[in-house]
Design a protein. Structure first.
Length: 282
């Protein structure tokens, strides 16, 4: 399977707690092409994990549209979502050991993670040894998990996420609690997987050094896409509804409610002019 593309339009998610609604996502517009590697950034509580869980089919959107490959996640029933999770989407939750059976060998961990795809009669399941090879653990098929380094355990967690060779791999904080060496190992393994089998990867991260290494980053702020990054540079994004989320440092100079004149210059640049006479450019 090659990478799956993802498309979210006006995606809303509301958690309903007794008498209270918590709006976690309030209109996310996001397109991810097949084979992209995207880092999801943003302050705590901005909605990153909610978005990851929606992409995994573990939550259903409250409104808006969400598509992963051919799956329309607003329409799939529980059975359809379970099938998608077994065959097409791999999720690696935060903390390597939460993804692993502690007393099983690495190769048995992969076999166990393939059970959903086997039950769904997937014909072309990869050999578990091949999956370990993809993350550089071919020589550790039978090594006890407590003999693996933290970086190796995290790579094994990534391999478990890839066990059924999904088209979309979701990683929640894949490098937290790792030293530099472990972090580099894990990032290199994810880059190899993406290059060799073309899996689309979406990774939540708080680590600025990880974000720097990712080709594309998307910052979630207050439940929406607040910025996009390319090769370490941040850009404001124009949403499908024409709204623009300004970066926090610009918002300090131009608070909500400010009136801005907008001029499209001949050279294609856009000038925003604050109505009180102060000027800013973007
Ligand atoms: N199960 C839940 N029930 C109610 N509210 C929730 C639930 N999970 C998350 N929230 C709320 O939804 C909002 C978004 O949370 P989410 O966990 O998606 O953010 P996050 O960006 O992943 O945060 P962090 O970086 O701290 O993990 C927050 O206001 C959070 O309190």
């Amino acid at each position: 399977m090659t990478g799956l593309d993802v498309s979210a339009h006006g995606l809303v998610h509301i958690y309903r707690l007794e008498g209270n609604d918590v709006v976690a996502l309030s209109g996310v517009d996001l397109d991810i092409a097949s084979g992209e590697v995207v880092g999801l950034l943003g302050p705590s509580g901005s909605g990153k994990s909610t978005l990851l869980n929606l992409l995994a089919g573990l939550l259903q959107p409250s409104a808006g549209r969400l598509r992963v490959g051919d799956h329309d996640l607003t329409r799939l029933d529980e059975k359809g979502l379970a099938r998608m999770r077994a065959l097409d989407v791999g999720i690696v939750v935060q903390g390597a050991m939460r993804n692993l059976l502690p007393y099983a060998s690495p190769v048995d961990n992969i076999r166990f993670a393939q059970r959903g795809a086997r039950a769904a009669k997937r014909q072309d399941l990869p050999d578990p040894h091949e999956v370990l090879d993809l993350v550089g653990l071919a020589d550790h098929a039978r090594t006890s998990l407590d003999q693996l380094s933290p970086g190796q355990r995290q790579r094994l967690a990534v391999a478990v996420g890839l066990a059924a060779r999904p088209g979309l791999l979701l990683l929640d904080e894949p490098t937290s609690q790792l030293d530099h060496e472990g972090r580099d190992e894990v990032l290199a393994a994810v880059e190899d997987v993406n290059r060799i089998i073309g899996t689309t990867v979406v990774a939540v991260t708080h680590d600025p050094e990880v974000a720097q290494r990712l080709r594309r980053t998307v910052t979630i702020r207050d439940g929406r896409v607040g910025a996009e990054g390319r090769r370490g540079e941040d850009f404001a994004v124009v949403g499908r509804d024409g709204s623009i989320a300004l970066p926090p440092d610009i918002l300090e100079a131009v608070p909500p409610g400010s009136l801005l004149r907008v001029h499209l210059e001949e050279d294609g640049s856009v000038r925003l002019i604050l109505d009180d006479g102060a000027e800013g450019e973007s």
